[in-house]
Design a protein. Structure first.
Length: 496
C-alpha cells in the first residue's frame, strides 16, 4: 500500500525443536507443548512485545541441498505482534533463543490490560464494545464519547426476483429480525494485543415463498456465528459472520444503526468516492420505482461533518441506508433468486427445482469492519483504514544470513500520504521496468512526489495500456514529481 502501516498482525513461527528446546527447563504442568523461550528483535536490536496464542508440535518435510528430503520436528507458534511497516516494501525481524528469566520473589505487576474482558466487553484505547444478550452490541467511540446502541442485528425479507435486482413489490412481507433472540456469547481470545468474542444464535425464517411474494408459514432455522475482533491501537472493529443458509426466496441483511444525522452517504466506487442522497424519491407512476439498494466498492461512510461511521467490507457489493431516525445502514449478506436468466422468469416447479444454487444454500462467510471517526471520510482516514483491512501483509520465515539489502526498505513511497491511492504496482506489459498506477482521492489537484530505491533511470506518464507516452517525467536521485488533477488516474512507468 502507498503509506506506512502499523497495527497488530498475526504470524506463524516454526522453530526447530533441536535448536530452541532449553535443556533442563520445564513448565508446569508437564506433558503439554509450551512456547519456546525466544526474543523478537528489530533492525536496531530492540526487543518487541508479542503474544503467543497457539502452540503445536508438528513434523515438517524439508528438502536438503542434495535433493533429498527429511522430516524436521518443529514447534509451531502463532503469535500476535504490533508492528510498523514501510510503504510498498518490507521489514526484517530477528528471532533469538533466550535463557529463562527467573523471578525470585514475584510481585504484583499491575493490570494485565487484556482487550477482551468478562461480561462480553472488548476495549482498547479508542473503542469499547459491550455485547448484549440478543447478540447486538453497544459501540462506544471513546474519542468523541458517542455511544451507538443496538448495533449489528439481522433482518430477513422476501426475495423472489430474477438475477438482476428485479424483485416484485412485496404486498405482504413478513420481516424477521434477530432482536428477540437469545445469543450464546463466548470469549475466544484475551491478551494485551487482541481480544475476540464469538456470538452464536439461530434465526427462524420462513422456509420459502408461496407465489411471488407471500412467505410460507413453515420456518427453518439459520445458524449464525459472529466473531468480533478488536486489536490494540485499532480504530475499527473487525467482524466475521458465518451463516448456514437453509431457506429459499429471501434476503438477509445485517443492520447497523449509525446515529449519524445526515441525508447523504459517501460511497467508494471504482476510482472515486461519490456522495449519494438516500432519501426516497417521489417517482409518481414512473415505470421504474425508487430503489433503495445501491452498489458499492469497499466502504460506505456516514458523516455529519463532525463525526462519522464507516462500514468497510471485503467483497460485499450492496448496501442501503434507511431514512429512520437512527439512519440505519443495511449490508446485504445474501439475496436468493428463482430465475437463472432474465428471460426465464416464468418457470415450472420442476424448472425451479433444477437450479437450487440460485438460493445460495449452505455455509457462507462474510468479513467487514465498523470504524467510527472524526470529520468526513477524508479527515477520518477511511480510505487508508479500508485498504489496511482489505489487503493483508505477507510474512516469510527464513534462516538468518548476511545480504546486500537493508533490514527495512520501501521500494516506492508516495506523497502526500492519505490523498493518493495505489491501484497497481506490477511489471510492464513488455516485461521491462515497473508500472505504478495511482488515483487522486482528494477533491483538488495534487502535486505527487514518488520516491523509489530501485535503480531506474527514466520515468514517464503513460496511458493505461502502456502503449502511449503522455508525458516524460524528470527522475532525479530516485525522485519524480507528478501533477495530478482532481480524481485523475495516473499510470507511471519506470525504466532502467
Amino acid at each position: 500500500l502507498p503509506y506506512r502501516r502499523s497495527g497488530v498482525r498475526e504470524f506463524v513461527l516454526d522453530l526447530p525443536a533441536e535448536q530452541y528446546d532449553t535443556e533442563g527447563y520445564q513448565r508446569m504442568p508437564v506433558g503439554y507443548p509450551y512456547p519456546f523461550l525466544f526474543d523478537i528483535v528489530d533492525e536496531t536490536g530492540a526487543k518487541l512485545d508479542y503474544a503467543v496464542v497457539d502452540v503445536q508440535d508438528v513434523s515438517m518435510g524439508m528438502e536438503n541441498e542434495s535433493g533429498g528430503a527429511q522430516k524436521l520436528k518443529v514447534r509451531r507458534h502463532r503469535i500476535l505482534m504490533d508492528v510498523e511497516l514501510p510503504s510498498m516494501g518490507y521489514r526484517s525481524f530477528g528471532i533469538a533463543k533466550r535463557e529463562p528469566r527467573y523471578v525470585a520473589a514475584p510481585q504484583p505487576a499491575g493490570e494485565r490490560g487484556h482487550i477482551a474482558q468478562s461480561g462480553g466487553v472488548l476495549e482498547n484505547e479508542f473503542l469499547k464494545v459491550k455485547i448484549n444478550s440478543n447478540g447486538t452490541f453497544d459501540l462506544t467511540d471513546k474519542e468523541s464519547g458517542i455511544i451507538r446502541e443496538g448495533m449489528h442485528y439481522f433482518e430477513d425479507r422476501v426475495s423472489t426476483g430474477d438475477w438482476p435486482h428485479l424483485d416484485p413489490a412485496a404486498i405482504k412481507d413478513s420481516v424477521v429480525t434477530s432482536l428477540g433472540l437469545n445469543a450464546v456469547v463466548t470469549m475466544d481470545e484475551a491478551n494485551p494485543q487482541r481480544g475476540i468474542y464469538r456470538i452464536e444464535m439461530s434465526l427462524p425464517v420462513p422456509k420459502e415463498a408461496t407465489g411471488a411474494w407471500y412467505r410460507s408459514s413453515d420456518t427453518v432455522d439459520i445458524p449464525i456465528t459472529v466473531v468480533l475482533t478488536l486489536s490494540k491501537g485499532s480504530h475499527r472493529l473487525d467482524v466475521r459472520t458465518k451463516i448456514d443458509n437453509r431457506a429459499k426466496d429471501h434476503r438477509l441483511f445485517v443492520m447497523l444503526p449509525t446515529k449519524v444525522q445526515t441525508d447523504t452517504v459517501s460511497v467508494e466506487t471504482p476510482f472515486a468516492v461519490e456522495e449519494r442522497n438516500f432519501i426516497p424519491r417521489d417517482v409518481g407512476d414512473n415505470s421504474e420505482a425508487d430503489y433503495r439498494y445501491q452498489p458499492m466498492q469497499n466502504f460506505i461512510d456516514m458523516s455529519d461533518g463532525t463525526n462519522g461511521l464507516a462500514v468497510i467490507n471485503k467483497g460485499m457489493r450492496e448496501y442501503a441506508v434507511c431514512d429512520d431516525p437512527d439512519r440505519t445502514v443495511s449490508l446485504t449478506l445474501l439475496r436468493t433468486y428463482r430465475a437463472y436468466l432474465n428471460a426465464n422468469t416464468d418457470m415450472t416447479p420442476e424448472e425451479f427445482a433444477r437450479y437450487p444454487e440460485t438460493h445460495c444454500p449452505g455455509e457462507l462467510e462474510f468479513e467487514y469492519a465498523i470504524c467510527p471517526h472524526v470529520g468526513d471520510w477524508q479527515e477520518g482516514g477511511v480510505m487508508a483504514e479500508t485498504y489496511d483491512f482489505k489487503a493483508p501483509i505477507r510474512a516469510i520465515q527464513g534462516p538468518a544470513k548476511k545480504g546486500e539489502l537493508p533490514a527495512m526498505q520501501s521500494f516506492f513511497t508516495v506523497e502526500p500520504e492519505g490523498k493518493l491511492m495505489l491501484s497497481a504496482l506490477c511489471q510492464g506489459h513488455d516485461g521491462e521496468g515497473a508500472v505504478l498506477r495511482l488515483w487522486n482521492t482528494a477533491d483538488e489537484a495534487v502535486e505527487a512526489k514518488i520516491t523509489t530505491t530501485l535503480p531506474f533511470m527514466l520515468a514517464a506518464k503513460v496511458n493505461m495500456e502502456e502503449s502511449e507516452t503522455l508525458e516524460k517525467l524528470e527522475l532525479s536521485d530516485g525522485v519524480v514529481a507528478v501533477s495530478m488533477r482532481k480524481a485523475e488516474i495516473a499510470t507511471i512507468r519506470f525504466c532502467r
